[in-house]
Write a new protein. Structure first.
Length: 204
């Protein structure tokens, strides 16, 4: 994972992995690893173009790992009380957000800012594009498919997971409007995304 996460990010990721494996269960660790693999794939996808746009992040740090991982880890630890779906949908939401942000910037059409629906430059928080929305749904769908194998959920639940994760990523975009106006950071919007995903999973 070196070259993908910096040292502090790597240490925190390993810590989260140990907690998931020992206190949550192997299935929870495997699904989180699936998120990691998909996130790396989305980051590396057309990275040369993203470099030219100034939007390619080579290494992720402590904050990125913390705000993406803390809620799924907590939900995994609470799974005996609330079941696995809050965890699964939370992971689907952060995967959808990652796909939306990493692939959405490649849309040839400029994204629309959700406040006023004006065109803005790619990578602007609080903005969405057609490619980004499709990519978000793809990301959450892949987690839903993974959950049918790892957690043996039904195809119907997998569809609900995909939709729930997609809605969680939309929440990230909505709160990104405030981030763009100086209220909060990318980390806080990621945190909100995972929380909304978890809440949706709880009520599925």
């Amino acid at each position: 994972m070196r070259g993908i996460l910096d040292r502090r990010g790597l240490m925190l990721a390993l810590f989260f992995g140990i907690i998931l494996a020992s206190l949550g269960g192997l299935a929870y660790l495997i699904l989180m690893l699936l998120f990691f693999v998909l996130a790396v794939a989305a980051t590396k996808y057309e990275y040369e173009i993203k470099k030219e746009l100034g939007l390619y992040e080579h290494e992720r740090g402590f904050e990125n790992v913390l705000f993406n991982g803390i809620v799924p880890v907590i939900l995994a630890l609470l799974s005996r009380q609330i079941g696995p779906l809050p965890f699964i949908v939370s992971v689907a939401a952060i995967t959808a957000d990652k796909f939306g942000s990493e692939i959405g910037v490649l849309d040839r059409q400029k994204p629309l800012f959700l406040f006023g629906f004006k065109e803005v430059k790619p990578g602007t928080s609080g903005a969405v594009s057609k490619v980004g929305l499709f990519a978000s749904l793809l990301g959450s769908t892949l987690i839903g498919i993974g959950a049918t194998i790892i957690f043996m959920v039904s195809p119907e639940k997998a569809v609900q997971i995909a939709i729930g994760g997609f809605l969680g990523s939309l929440a990230d975009s909505i709160f990104g409007v405030f981030e763009e106006k100086g209220i909060g950071t990318k980390g806080t919007t990621n945190l909100i995304c995972s929380i909304i995903g978890g809440l949706i999973g709880y009520y599925i």
